[in-house]
Design a protein around this ligand. Sequence first.
Ligand SMILES: CCCCCCCCCCCCCCCCCCCCCCCC(=O)SCCNC(=O)CCNC(=O)[C@H](O)C(C)(C)COP(=O)(O)OP(=O)(O)OC[C@H]1O[C@@H](n2cnc3c(N)ncnc32)[C@H](O)[C@@H]1OP(=O)(O)O
Ligand SMILES: Cc1cc2nc3c(=O)[nH]c(=O)nc-3n(C[C@H](O)[C@H](O)[C@H](O)COP(=O)(O)OP(=O)(O)OC[C@H]3O[C@@H](n4cnc5c(N)ncnc54)[C@H](O)[C@@H]3O)c2cc1C
Length: 558
Amino acid sequence: MEGHPLALHDVMFIPALVAQASDEQNKKWLRRAQRREIVGCYAQTELGHGSNLRKLETTATYDVSTQEFVLHTPQITSLKWWPGGLGKSSNYAVVVANMIVKEKHLGPHSFLVQLRDEITHQSLKGITVGDIGPKLSFNAIDNGFLGFDNYRIPRTNLLMRHSRVEPDGTYVKPPHAKINYSAMVRVRSHMATGQGNFLAQALTIAVRYSTVRRQGFIESGEQEVKVLDYQTQQHRLFPSIAKAYAFTFAGYETIRLYEQLLKEVDTGNVSLMADLHALTSGLKSVVTHQTAQGIEQARMACGGHGYSQASYISEIFGVAVGGCTYEGENMVMLLQLARYLVKSVEQIKAGESGKLGPLVAYLAVKVDGVDLEKGVEEYMKAFQHVSRLQTWKASEKFLKLLKSGEKREVAWNKSSVELTRASRLHTRLYIAETFKRSVQEVADPRLKEVLTDLLHLHVNYELLDMATYALEDGFLSSSQLDYVRDQLYFYLAKIRPNAVSLVDSWEFSDMQLRSVLGRRDGNVYENLVAWAKASPLNKTDVLPSVEKYLKPMMNSKL
Ligand SMILES: CCCCCCCCCCCCCCCCCCCCCCCC(=O)SCCNC(=O)CCNC(=O)[C@H](O)C(C)(C)COP(=O)(O)OP(=O)(O)OC[C@H]1O[C@@H](n2cnc3c(N)ncnc32)[C@H](O)[C@@H]1OP(=O)(O)O
Ligand SMILES: Cc1cc2nc3c(=O)[nH]c(=O)nc-3n(C[C@H](O)[C@H](O)[C@H](O)COP(=O)(O)OP(=O)(O)OC[C@H]3O[C@@H](n4cnc5c(N)ncnc54)[C@H](O)[C@@H]3O)c2cc1C
C-alpha cells in the first residue's frame, strides 16, 4: 500500500516512451525499460511550479554546433521536485523541460535523460539528485529532487514521435499543442478504477467489521445489534459501495477511450484529445475527492478501532488522498473541464449546437420537469437539468464580466468557484450515466438485480445531495424530494442483506487488506489483542524511560 519504488517506471516512464518516443527511439530504449535493464521515472514538477506547466524553469537549449541539448536548472525553484522513484531508484528519467531552439522558447517537451551510471548507479557529473523526505504516505516511494548544471544530452534524446528538431535546428511542430501531456492523460484515465479500488478496500474492512461489532439495541431484546443494522451506519457506507462500483465502470470507459485516442493519434487524428482531456480532468477530481470522503467515513464507521492502525484504513486514506493532488491539483483540473463547458455554451449561443460532442449535447436541450417515479431515466434528466443550470449560470457570469470589460483571466477568476461547481455536476452526471449503461449490460439476472439496487441507491443519494440546485429554480418540488428520501431509505434497507457479499465480491485477500478489523474470518477481538501485544512498547514490562525520566519526576519533592 505504501507504494513501490518502481511504480512510476511502469505507470509513467514506460507509457511516456510508448506515447512520445519514435519507433526508432523505442527500438533502443523500450525493450531495455520493459526488461528493467534501465529504471526510469517521470520528472516534470518543479519546486516552484507543478500546475502551471508553461512556467517550468528547467531549460533544454539546443546547441547546433554539437547537436546536443543542454539541460539546466537556473535557480532553486527550477529543481525537479516530487517525481516518484527519482530520488534513489531511477537511473533514467523522462524529463519535461522548456525547449529553446535558435533562441525561440518552444514550451514543455520531453527528453530521455540518463541520471546515474548503469554499473555503479552513481549520479553523473552535472546532475544533483536525491530524495525529498517523508510524506503523508507513499513512503516506500523515493519521490525525488533533480538539478542540472549545463548537462548535455544528444539531440536524439528529445522524444520525437510527434515533434522533432532536425540537426540544423529546424523544429517540426506536433499535430496538437498538448500532445506531450499524454502521459498525464493516461494516468488520469486510469485513476477512476484505481481510486474505486482504494475505496473498495476501505469499505470491505468497514462493512465486515460492522457485522462483527455489536453495540446497543434497535428494539429491546436479548442481543445487541450488529452496528451495520443501524440506518445511520448503512447511510455512511452503502452509498460509497455504489460509488466504488460506479467509479470502476466509469474508469473502464475512460481507459477504453484513452486506448482509442492512442491509436487515432498515430494515424494523425487528434480530434479526441480535447474531449478526453476535459472528461478525465473532471473525473479525476470528483472521484479522488469522493473517494477520500468515503474512506474517511469508513474509518469513522469503525468507531475507536477505526482510529487504530490495526484497521489499516488510515494507510489507505493516505495513499488515496494523494490522488487529489497528483496528476493535476483537483481545482486546477476542474477548471480545465470548465473551459470546455464554457466553450460548449458559447457554441450553443452561436447557434452551433449541432457541433457539440455527445457528452455535452444535453447542455442545449431544456427539460421542463421529471416524473421520478417512472425510474432511473427520469433521474438522469434531473441530473442533466442541474448540470445544465449551473453550467449556464457560471458561463453567463463569466461572459457578463467579460462583456463589462474585465480582462479574460480576471473574469475567469471571479467566476471560478461557480465554474468548478458546474464541472462537478457535469462529472457526476457522467458517472451516473456510465453506471446506468454498465448495469444495463449485465447479463446475469441475479447480479443485475443487486447492481440495479445499488444504481437506485446512487441516483437517489446523488440527487438529494444536489437538491439545492434542483430546488433553486423550482425544477423539483419538496414532495418530489420527500420521494427521493423515501427511496434512499428503502434502498439502504434493501441492500443490507447483500452488503457483505457486495464487498466480498471484490475478493481482496487478508494479505492485501492488512486489516485486523476487516479479516475474512471475522475473528476481530482476539486478533486485536494479539496485535496490541505485538506492539514494540510491550516487549518489556518496564520501559527504560521509567528509570530515566519517570522515577526522577515521581521522586522529586517539588
Ligand atoms: C491510482 C494510480 C493510477 C495509476 C494509473 C496507471 C496504471 C495502472 C496500474 C494501476 C496500479 C495502481 C498502483 C498505484 C501506484 C501508485 C501510482 C502513483 C501515481 C502518481 C503519479 C503522479 C504523477 C504526476 O503527478 S506527474 C505530474 C502531473 N502534473 C500535472 O498534472 C500538472 C497539471 N497541469 C497541467 O496539466 C497543465 O498545466 C494544465 C492542463 C493545467 C494547463 O496547461 P497549459 O497552460 O499548457 O494549457 P492552458 O493554457 O490552460 O490550455 C490551453 C488549451 O490546451 C488544452 N489542454 C491542456 N491540456 C491538455 C491535454 N492534456 N490534452 C488536450 N488539451 C489540453 C486546454 O483545455 C486548452 O484548450 P482550450 O480549447 O484553449 O480551452
Ligand atoms: C504523491 C505525489 C506523487 C507525485 N508524483 C509526481 C511524479 O511522479 N512526477 C511529477 O512530475 N510530479 C509528481 N507529483 C507532483 C504533482 O503532480 C503536483 O504536486 C501537482 O500537479 C500539483 O501541483 P503543485 O504542487 O504545483 O500545486 P499548486 O499549483 O502549487 O497548488 C497549490 C494551490 O494553488 C491552487 N492553484 C494553482 N493554480 C491554480 C489556478 N490556475 N487556478 C486556481 N487555483 C490554482 C491549487 O488549487 C491549490 O489549492 C506528485 C505529487 C504527489 C503529492
